[in-house]
Structures are given as C-alpha cells and as structure tokens.
Design a protein around this ligand. Structure first.
Ligand SMILES: Cc1ncc(COP(=O)(O)O)c(C=O)c1O
Length: 294
C-alpha cells in the first residue's frame, strides 16, 4: 500500500472517514466564502496526541470567541483524532482540524441561525526540523503586523499571514517577526517569538495581539521546572535588535533558532546556549511523554 502523503490519505469530514481525493465541501460553505471558521494543529508523537487538553481548550476558546457552537464532545474529538492517527502509518504526525460555521445557501455576512458546522480533520507525517536549520538557524526580517486585533483566535482567515510570509520570501528571509502599531513584537507569521537577554528568556505577554501558542506554554513550563529565568514582557524592536538569542516556536517546528535578523547576525550568529538547553529539555519532555511519564 502506498502511504505517501496526499495520495492515500484518509480524512475526516462531517462524520465520515473518506479518501482525501473524494473529500468535497459545498461552494456555499462559509469557510470558503468568508473564511468563517477556526482551526487547530496538534502534534502526534509515537501515535499519541501531544498537549491534547491544551489544544482542545484553545479550540473551544476560538469557537466560543466567534460564536460557533462546538459540534462535538471532548470524547468525540478524541475518538475521531485517534481514529485518524491509527489509519496512518507514521509514528510522528500532525493533525490539522478545522470547524467552519457551515453551509448557508444565500451568501450573507450575517450568519443564519442553527447552521450545522463543517468539521474537517486530516493528518500528515511530522518530519524533524532539517539538520542544517538546527545547526545554522533561520533568517528573519521584521515586518509591520498588518493583522486584526483578535489574533488570540486561531481563525482560518490567514490572508495577512500569507502576505507577510510572501514579503519575507521576497527579501530572501525564511520568516518574519511582526511589530505592532505600538512598536512591540507580537509573534512570527505562524509562530511565537522569544528573545534571550543576559540569560533571561523573554516572550511577549498573551493578549489579543498574538496566539497563545501551546509550544510557547510548554517552553515556559520547561524553563520553570529547570529554573531558567523566563518572563513575559513587551519587547521593542530595539530589544530585538540587541538580543543575545531569538527563537520562534510552533507545534510542528518546536523552538527554532533565528540567527540572522534583518541581515545582521543575532548574538554570535549561531544558535545560542539557552536555545540548546531548551531544545535538549524539550526532547526529554517529549520522550517522557511518549513513555507515559509526563
Ligand atoms: C500566528 C501563530 N502564532 C503562534 C503559533 C504557535 O502556536 P502552537 O505552538 O500552538 O503551534 C502559530 C501556530 O501555527 C501561529 O499560527
């Protein structure tokens, strides 16, 4: 059986497990017409959903914030996602799931009452971050954060993120760190941001300007348990430029070292010592999770 991604993947769509090639949604789905929906990305290690409760809680928060009723119980979510994982042979995977407000035949900004949400989920192999990135880090530029003021909602409406990613690519950068209108760092285009200054890890406080990342949360817990100082504090562009280390974090990439900022070396120009520590502790944490110890 060919298990390469895309060809034989099974997806979950509205109560059914079907081949990805056969999965179809209505042109009148509000997700398609308005980007009216929310999503989650959940890593799976050795067949087990990582930080599932945290991801489920964030999904509920997103649904609640946009007034879409959660269509499934916690147990149903868990059953569907575990079922999906078991239908694929990869040890490490990442689940993408999204809930849109559903189909409304007459296009109208105002949602009709009692729509049935569209529920979609699929899984992909989760590949380790390439060795050259671990060794050399990534190049990032700063960009004005052009998004809305509800960035704590994990909305499928990602046009500004797509535009900012394109702008980064046009400048030969791997990604961008976004600066709010007030002059503070918010996050990456699809990741949270951290700096290290004089041995202290600093990350911007949660709020409406950034997504409360689950990887960020795990990093905070790891730093606390290993007594590595970590504070949540506003970071200016100048703080960023003078940082000893810069990282970006997300569920599929974990903590990534940024070694070039706007064409200049960050710190020594190599992934930093604190990043190395956190990376090692993160791998230990994952291993303990896989062995059922955390
Ligand atoms: C805008 C944004 N911020 C932060 C994150 C990191 O969140 P998590 O660690 O939960 O993957 C993501 C992940 O996709 C994101 O899209």
């Amino acid at each position: 059986m060919n298990h390469s991604p895309h060809t034989k993947q099974t997806v979950y769509l509205n109560g059914e497990f079907i081949p990805m090639a056969d999965s179809k949604i209505s042109t009148q789905d509000r997700g398609f017409l308005f980007g009216d929906g929310v999503y989650e990305v959940i890593p799976v290690y050795n067949g087990q959903l990582f930080s599932f409760q945290e991801h489920l809680q964030r999904l509920k928060n997103s649904l609640n914030a946009v007034s879409i009723q959660n269509p499934l119980s916690d147990t149903q979510w868990l059953d569907i996602l575990n079922n999906l994982i078991q239908k694929h042979p990869w040890k490490d995977q990442y689940i993408y799931l999204q809930v849109t407000r559903g189909i409304q035949m007459q296009r109208d900004h105002l949602p009709a009452d009692n729509l049935t949400p569209t529920v979609y989920a699929y899984t992909n192999p989760l590949k380790p971050v390439p060795e050259h990135i671990i060794k050399h880090g990534i190049r990032v530029i700063t960009l004005e954060d052009i998004r809305w003021l509800k960035c704590d909602i994990k909305a499928i409406t990602l046009l500004p993120n797509v535009m900012m990613k394109l702008a980064a690519k046009a400048q030969q950068a791997d990604d961008a760190i976004l600066i709010s209108r007030e002059g503070y760092i918010t996050e990456g285009t699809a990741s949270n941001a951290f700096i290290v200054k004089n041995g202290t890890i600093i990350t911007p406080p949660n709020g409406q300007k950034l997504l409360p990342g689950i990887t960020r949360l795990v990093i905070e817990r790891i730093a606390n348990s290993h007594k590595i100082p970590l504070i949540e504090q506003d970071i200016t562009e100048q703080d960023l430029a003078q940082a000893d280390e810069i990282w970006l974090s997300s569920s599929t990439k974990e903590a990534l070292p940024v070694t070039t900022l706007n064409g200049h070396a960050v710190g020594t120009g190599k992934p930093g010592a604190i990043w190395h520590k956190i990376k090692t502790f993160y791998q230990e944490h994952k291993q303990a999770f896989i062995e059922g110890k955390s």
